[in-house]
Design a protein around this ligand. Structure first.
Ligand code: ISJ
Ligand code: MG
Length: 461
């Protein structure tokens, strides 16, 4: 890694092309500058005119945003595991020319992406545009942290490139993306919805509880699908805008792949890293919100004491604690959950803090934790086998880690729940439930119904 201090785009491009010539390499040049405040959603919308995939990430509790446009480099090229992606990332960081005088988390050389819930299954037609693993370095990226904005350019340079031409291309893109009328266009509306095989799903829940009662497993998470027909092709920016406004304490994300878009607002952090400090979250166990404060408190207190929900939750806590101890020191886990209130429902929540051991990265933790018993089950292999055999759903990226990592060892991953795949005027929404010994199929069905609401309401349903 070459860290460049004070300089201009032209000087950097000259340097990168020279390096390419002398070493016969194709270095990635990453350059970050501070810019005036700009609305990340307008940047995302402006990028729609370019034939490039867009990426959106926000942690709404922290007013933090990353918007990526296009791809300067794909870490998943020739990689079929998260370990390989991590090796590719380390190599890329090592060989890149990085100019980022700020070092703010989420700026500079950064990779953002996601993966399939279960990469061992054959992809269905529906998810064909989403690779089992996909981590890109955006060509152009906007980062906003509170009121400060940064833009980062990433360009892979070859020995035949001309610095002036590259500079022109960067300027052209920049002008397009920061040119905006100032408001978000488009509106979404739902024409109809169709629950996919609800009765079969309830039977599968029953089968899972039978399986658990025979002591073959302790917990199995089962998901189902709601198909939504929209009045028109979906407008993604207003969806993100509405999610940001309605889903506090969540991660709002969008990953576009050739016209299809995986969108959601997840309350579930998988892991966050700031240097050697790591945070994880155990989130499982669900109840609705009350209409009045009094009713809400009553429902919350019942949830905190409910045995069935506590067991759903405790399986997650146990597994996350154990996994974190592989890569971390000083793993701290409170012994009781608290409530995590969201707009439509509330969860049991246990935060986990730890210090990452030297030599490990957030990718190691993601690889170890996924799938936690919040989305897979206990024991892991048996519950996954049950899901493969009985769920009748290609989860695709639903329920899997999505997130980002920068070259300064900062990053964050969420579990992609409360999400859907949007394909033109069709959306497939996904929601699941932790099935334990005492699960009642009807109640679990009702629970998934509430979990569809965040996405369904921003689609206009
Ligand atoms: C599987 C989902 O959510 C998970 C299941 C929960 C539960 O069953 O109580 C709660 C939060 C998540 O761990 C989903 O939203 O699709
Ligand atoms: Mg549940």
């Amino acid at each position: 890694m070459i860290e460049v201090k004070e300089t201009t785009l032209h000087t950097l491009l000259d340097q990168a092309v020279n390096e390419a010539k002398y070493n016969h390499t194709t270095p990635l040049l990453s350059m970050t500058k501070k810019i005036d405040d700009f609305n990340p959603l307008l940047f995302f919308e402006a990028a729609e005119q370019l034939p490039m995939n867009r990426t959106f990430w926000s942690s709404t509790a922290e007013a933090f945003y990353i918007v990526g446009v296009g791809s300067a480099y794909d870490l998943a090229d020739g990689a079929d595991s998260i370990e390989q992606i991590e090796r590719n990332w380390r190599k890329l960081v090592d060989e890149s020319i990085i100019h980022n005088p700020y070092g703010t988390p989420g700026t500079g050389l950064l990779t953002i992406g996601g993966m399939s819930f279960d990469p061992t299954i054959r992809k269905s037609e529906r998810w064909k545009k989403f690779s089992h693993q996909s981590f890109l370095i955006p060509a152009l990226m906007l980062t906003k942290e509170r009121d400060t904005c940064y833009v980062t350019f990433n360009i892979q340079v070859t020995e035949d490139d001309h610095p002036e031409q590259l500079a022109k291309r960067v300027k052209w893109m920049e002008n397009r993306l920061f040119d905006h009328s100032g408001y978000i266009h488009g509106e979404n509306g739902v024409e109809s919805t169709a629950d996919v095989a609800p009765e079969e799903w309830k039977e599968t829940v029953k089968r899972a509880t039978d399986y658990i009662k025979q002591d073959d497993a302790d917990k199995i998470v089962l998901a189902r699908e709601l198909q939504v027909k929209l009045r028109d092709n979906a407008a993604i920016t207003p969806i993100l805008n509405n999610l940001i406004e309605t889903q506090t304490n969540s991660y709002v994300f969008a990953f576009e792949r050739d016209g299809d878009c995986f969108v959601g607002s997840s309350p579930e952090r998988l892991v966050k890293q700031e240097k050697d400090v790591v945070l994880s979250t155990c989130l499982a166990g669900t109840a609705p919100r009350g209409e009045t404060n009094k009713e809400d408190d009553r429902i919350g207190n019942t949830l905190l004491q409910d045995e069935k929900n506590r067991s759903e939750h405790d399986f997650v806590v146990r597994m996350i604690r154990q996994s974190m101890e592989n890569y971390c020191l000083a793993v701290d886990v409170p012994d009781k959950p608290v409530l995590y209130p969201l707009k439509n429902l509330q969860h049991l929540y246990t935060p986990v803090t730890a210090r990452l051991k030297e030599g490990y990265s957030i990718f190691d933790i993601v690889g170890k934790l996924h799938p936690t018993p919040a989305l897979g089950g206990v024991p892991r292999e048996k519950s996954l086998a049950f899901i493969r055999d009985h769920e009748r759903l290609d989860r695709g990226w639903y329920g899997a880690p999505v997130g980002w990592l920068d070259s300064n060892s900062n990053g964050e991953f969420a579990v992609a729940i409360r999400s859907g795949l949007i394909q033109g005027d069709q959306a497939s929404l996904f929601a699941g439930c932790g099935i334990v010994r005492d699960s009642d199929p009807e109640a679990e069905y009702e629970e998934t119904k509430i979990k569809f609401l965040p996405m369904l309401s921003v689609l206009g349903g």
